[in-house]
Design a protein around this ligand. Sequence first.
Ligand code: ARG
Length: 461
Amino acid sequence: MSNRMWGGRFASGPDAIMEEINASIDFDKRLAGQDIRGSLAHVAMLAETGIVATADADAIAKGLAAVRAEIEAGDFTFSRALEDIHMNVESRLKDIVGPAAGRLHTARSRNDQVATDMKLWVRDTIDTLDEQMADLQRALAEKALAFAGAVMPGFTHLQSAQPVTFGHHLLAYVEMLGRDRGRLADARKRLNECPLGAAALAGTSFPIDRFMTARLLGFDRPTANSLDSVSDRDFALETLSAAAICAVHLSRFAEEIVLWTTPQFGFVALSDKFTTGSSIMPQKRNPDAAELTRGKAGRVLGALQALLVVMKGLPLAYSKDMQEDKEGTFDALQSLSLCLAAVTGMVRDMQPDLKRMKRAAGIGYATATDLADWLVRVIGMPFRDAHHVTGRLVALAAERGVDLEKLPLTDMQDVEPRITEDVFGVLGVERSVRSRTSYGGTAPANVRREARRWLKKLEKG
Ligand code: ARG
């Protein structure tokens, strides 16, 4: 049997393989809610403009509500022969309301319909992701406030660099997430134009009111060019780009959690709720949620890459290649959502080991810069000379196998005679972080102020 939606000029139905490669219902059924929302707005507009009689429009709207109820209740039978969500919904609508259902597809095409559905889905998802990101920011800022003065090693090249505070480290991610949210909000703004009514590619001869449909669906305005409306997916690309950057941020944090929870580092402990065990090694506590967050970033980055490649060779307007926008976008944004939830859970429960972090902060001559700064401030040396002198003192300490503050004053004075007892005051890690009061610096007072500023900003209105 030929397809009942478009089979007029076909004598036979499709080959099984044709059906398999063509059908998208297995994944686009997730757009059911958006598809029905779009149809309800479309039919309301068709009635308002007199294109469809009110009685038919009412019947269609009621029928659509019934279809939605069936889908929500899990009573709907999706059919591959009907290809996609659009035709599955419409076919069922016809069963329910009869021939009037055929009027719904006046002045539209699946091309503008699917672009609208996808935009609605991506927009809904952006809103959820934004809330989740704000939640993670809150969890991080709360921890930062609680541990504003906890000293830990700061690294460059993953080598001990200078002591920082745990709170400061966490607030770094709050900043990143703030920019991630900004990027998503920006994508949402550009996305928020309604393609519905662009029809197949050229617009329509019916006197439709695209401003009305746009308004009913919460869009700022209709898209201005019918060809552009049905042939671009830059809104998905832009959202995926923002998602990919956020996934990279989460992945870096996840990597740090993996490191920090090793017995060798031992900086933080995760709760039982966010840890797994080993089936053979009874002592193990594995940070699987962090590892999976790191791993899933690959899927998000991959989806962005895949869609860029799908789009790059397409002539205007619609080509079926664009059906490939869905699985990757769904998977990527859902994966990101799951990772955000997992990282938030880990952060809320995580317990830093203050003693271990502080001890580690002093390893590796991490206060050498403080010593060099002291030579500049107290003795008045140019920084480059102070750097050189400090380097020699570090080499001496390394030779003796002791920390800087264990180097006797007389030995220091052999390298630089003007050094006094006073220098020992700056060699402690607590003093070091307390002195970093420059704007954006790691001093506990700064961290407290910044954490409070964020928490206030993040208060739920
Ligand atoms: N399932 C299709 C998609 O996702 C809907 C649009 C089909 N349009 C067409 N001209 N065959 O892109």
